[in-house]
Design a protein around this ligand. Sequence first.
Ligand code: SF4
Ligand code: SF4
Length: 168
Amino acid sequence: MAIHAVYPSGDASEELKEAAEICFQCGVCCVLRAHSCHAQYDGQFDPRHTFVYDCLGTEEPVENPNLWLCVSCHKCEELCPYDVSPVHFIEAMKAQAFEMGSAHPSVLSEIEQIVETGFAFPLTGSSARQREVLELEPLKITAQDDLKVITEETGLGTKLRRHREEEG
Ligand code: SF4
Ligand code: SF4
C-alpha cells in the first residue's frame, strides 16, 4: 500500500501527502538506539516494523491506539534524511482521532488536568515538599478563570464533555 493512502480522502493537506510519498521506510528515524524515536522500544516494534510505519502505514490510522505513544518530540523529523516529517502526520491523525471521539483516555485526563489547573502534572504533596527543600515558591493555581473562558470559547469544553458522555 502506498504510504499516502493512509489518509481518508480529504483529510490531509497536499503537503503532508507529498512528504509521506517520499518515505522510503528506511527506519533511520526509529532504529538509531538512544537517538531515535522512544516509542520504537515499546516492545511491539522491530527494525522491519517500525513505530513510525505502524502509524503511517495502517489501514485505519485514527483507530490505531499506538498513535498515542508518540510524545511529539520531533526526533524523527530531525533524523530523517529525506525531509519527511512523520510527527506532523501523527499529530494530524491524533487531532482527527480526537475530533472523532477516539482519543486515548489518558490524553483526555491530561487535557482536563491542564484546563482545570494550568499544569500538565498533578500538584501533589510530594512535589510541594520537594519545592520546599529546593527553596522554590509553592505552585499556585491562578489561571482557572482564563482557562475556563479559553476552553469554552475554543469549543474544547464541548468536545471534552462529549467524549466523557460517550464513554459513560
Ligand atoms: S520517515 Fe524518513 S527516516 Fe523515517 S523511515 Fe521514512 S524516510 Fe526513513
Ligand atoms: S515525534 Fe513521535 S514519532 Fe517522532 S520520534 Fe518523537 S515519539 Fe517518535
